[in-house]
Design a protein around this ligand. Structure first.
Ligand SMILES: [Zn+2]
Ligand SMILES: [Zn+2]
Length: 640
């Protein structure tokens, strides 16, 4: 009999599986560990005397993933025949595992206050990765020779076995803190601790700090001016719920090994007065941020604001070191009841593997998909030195990145849609889908190829006032009324005419929002507490979304005195009805089995809740291990 542990997760990255294997190996227990579509299964040699101890170690040290839901155990027939093994194929960019975090705060360890602390399965590794294959000589640490202890560790069973970027105070990377013409160096436990203390005090005193972390550059400050790019870093876990209204799943996700950015409701009145009622929040993830957070907590600060900057930026204090780093956009997680998916970002989702593919080289948003003997490998283009291929697919909006006699362009919505079919391995079946990021479009997959049923229609501001006049009977009087009695609103329409805006930028302007973007309208809608919105015109005319009718409808409600919060909420509710009605209709006509939702605009609470409600009896597919928009195009591009 084999004792079997099952961990439910829909996420395909091997982090948790590899951590389990590393732990099992360190106990010398025979086991078989498999990762399937929605779970990881470990079957252990039941008779091993250390099995109980091994299971207890797993329970106390296994990092919690935000994609893990539950676990169970049972016995199965048969006995595993060997010790399991794992491979570190590419670097990760995750928070620290509980054991590494503990080590960094243990004064007796070799890594007390060492910000590059990580193991084979955790921490910010990707920033130092130059190109494949992932080995030390191909990283920024190629000239940092590991000391004997570190060298030994990476060849010893345990969580640092096979670690590529292992280092400690003895062999590690000195860091400097620059303030005006003064430089302070840190190269041992004492000097690192002082450095983080000085940095935290500077922040407390209102200074800015640019920190080169193992996840890229972050500009920290005690900001009182909100910017759409600001993220609130909650540095004290026990105080998080004093500042934010979180459901349990959101709290657990914040502290998970993926350490995602979440958009949540604020609770603290001072924060609401400064930043509005909702905000992006994050819990400290990698070594530098965790050490800074610790020192801020000692100064009784519970949060700090930061912005991601992709190049060095002028600040009062700069924490820097002599290694080149590369940048990945951060992962934003969306949670709505029991549903969770990646709204956007490269971190955590990339690099990644799909075990099947084609001979097509796919290129989109700086990412590529390359076929090798294990399937497809997806990563930033710069990480690969070469690729041989039969066919190239690249997004139609981009400059061709390679020369090929067999070069093809692909559309964003079609690639995004196809990535969902590919991830769920639904090749050969029928599916209908909606794409929503920029302009809505509707797609159909007949088992072989993707067909646009309702193509996206680019929003054109020019001529909009004339089109509104001619929309229907009485529309000309509406516009005349605006021109005479609401000059400010008329001025907005003139601006929409003259500037090259997106549909949601125009919408935000008509609503009079400060943040003129899709996010601005979404955040405004989130402020609505209550049920039932107004019906906004989302009709299709000539098989296309009718922008003029949509905006005219919003203007009419504005003139009737409806406030921007209720209107924003209503816009998403109406879009929810629009998508579900059209999808259901096309599904009926085509006899498709599944409905696909893709595009990052679906990561909005009002819209998603409405769709959940309307489509609850239908099979809805979305990306599981990839972001739902933009970054998923590279995956779909392989199969177009
Ligand atoms: Zn670790
Ligand atoms: Zn060392």
């Amino acid at each position: 009999m084999a004792f079997t542990l099952e961990v439910m997760t829909s996420f395909s990255q091997p982090t948790i599986k590899n951590y389990l294997i590393a732990t099992i190996r360190s106990f010398g227990i025979k086991a078989v560990v498999h990762q399937k579509k929605n779970k990881i299964i470990c079957a252990f040699e039941s008779s091993h005397e250390k099995l109980q101890e091994c299971l207890e170690t797993i329970a106390s040290t296994l990092p919690a993933s935000c994609f893990m839901t539950q676990s169970q155990h049972y016995d199965v027939e048969g006995e595993p025949e060997g010790i399991p093994d794992f491979e570190v194929e590419y670097p990760s960019a995750l928070g620290l595992c509980p054991t590494c975090q503990k080590e960094m705060f243990d004064p007796s360890s070799r890594r007390y206050y060492y910000p590059f602390t990580q193991c084979a399965h955790c921490g910010g590794q990707y920033a130092f990765f130059e190109h494949y294959p992932f080995e030390r000589s191909n990283t920024a640490l190629k000239y940092v020779k590991p000391c004997e202890n570190c060298e030994d560790e990476s060849h010893t069973l345990g969580r640092r076995e096979k670690q590529v970027l292992n280092s400690c105070h003895t062999c590690g990377i000195p860091v400097r803190l620059i303030h005006k013409d003064k430089e302070r160096y840190a190269n041992d436990a004492g000097s690192f601790r002082t450095m983080f203390e000085v940095a935290a005090k500077a922040l407390r005193d209102g200074k800015t700090l640019l920190m080169k972390t193992t996840m890229g550059y972050r500009l920290f400050q005690r900001s009182d001016k909100p910017s759409p790019a600001s993220v609130l870093m909650l540095v004290n876990a026990s105080k998080i719920t004093d500042y934010c209204s979180l459901i349990n799943d959101e709290f657990n996700a914040l502290l998970s090994i993926e350490r995602p950015v979440l958009h949540v409701a604020l609770k603290d009145q001072a924060l609401i007065d400064t930043f509005g009622s909702t905000m992006d929040v994050k819990y400290p993830d990698e070594g530098f941020s965790i050490l800074l957070a610790k020192e801020l907590t000692l100064l009784e600060l519970d949060y700090i604001v930061y912005e991601v900057v992709d190049t060095p930026y002028d600040a009062d204090f700069v924490m820097d070191y002599d290694l080149n780093i590369n940048h990945q956009s951060d992962m934003r997680l969306f949670i709505n009841k029991e549903v969770r998916f990646i709204a956007s970002g490269e971190r955590v989702a990339f690099p990644s593997r799909l075990p099947y593919g084609t001979d097509t080289l796919s290129i989109a948003h700086g990412l590529v998909g390359i076929k090798d003997n294990k399937g497809m490998l997806f990563d930033q283009m710069d990480r690969f030195s070469s690729a041989s291929t039969l066919k190239v697919n690249q997004l139609e909006t981009e400059m061709p990145a390679v020369e090929s006699a067999n070069f093809h362009t692909i559309a964003e919505d079609e690639a995004s849609f196809m990535s969902v079919i590919a991830e769920h391995n639904k090749f050969g079946t029928k599916a209908v889908g909606a794409y929503f990021q920029g302009e809505p479009s509707f797609l159909y997959y007949d088992g072989k190829k993707v067909i646009r049923v309702v193509p996206p229609k680019r929003f054109e501001g020019s001529g909009i006032i004339e089109s509104m006049r001619g929309l229907r009977e009485g529309s000309d009087r509406l516009i005349a009324n605006i021109e005479t009695n609401h000059p400010e609103l008329y001025h907005v329409l003139v601006q929409i005419e003259q500037n090259n805006l997106s549909l949601f930028e125009a919408t935000a302007m008509i609503l009079g929002l400060r943040e003129v973007s899709f996010e601005g309208v979404m955040k405004e809608g989130l402020k609505f507490i209550g049920k039932g919105g107004l019906q906004i015109d989302t009709k299709v005319a000539d098989n296309r979304f009718n922008h003029v009718a949509f905006l005219s409808s919003i203007i009419s409600y504005r003139l009737a005195g409806v406030d921007s919060v209720y209107l924003s909420y209503s816009i998403f509710e109406s879009f929810g009805d629009y998508f579900s009605e059209l999808l259901t209709e096309i599904k009926g006509k085509t006899k498709a089995e599944d409905i696909v939702l893709c595009g990052s605009y679906f990561a909005g609470q009002s819209l998603f809740s409405r769709l959940q409600r309307n489509l609850k009896s239908v099979s809805v597919l979305m990306n599981m291990s990839y972001p739902i928009g933009k970054e998923n195009c590279v995956v779909g591009g392989v199969f177009l």
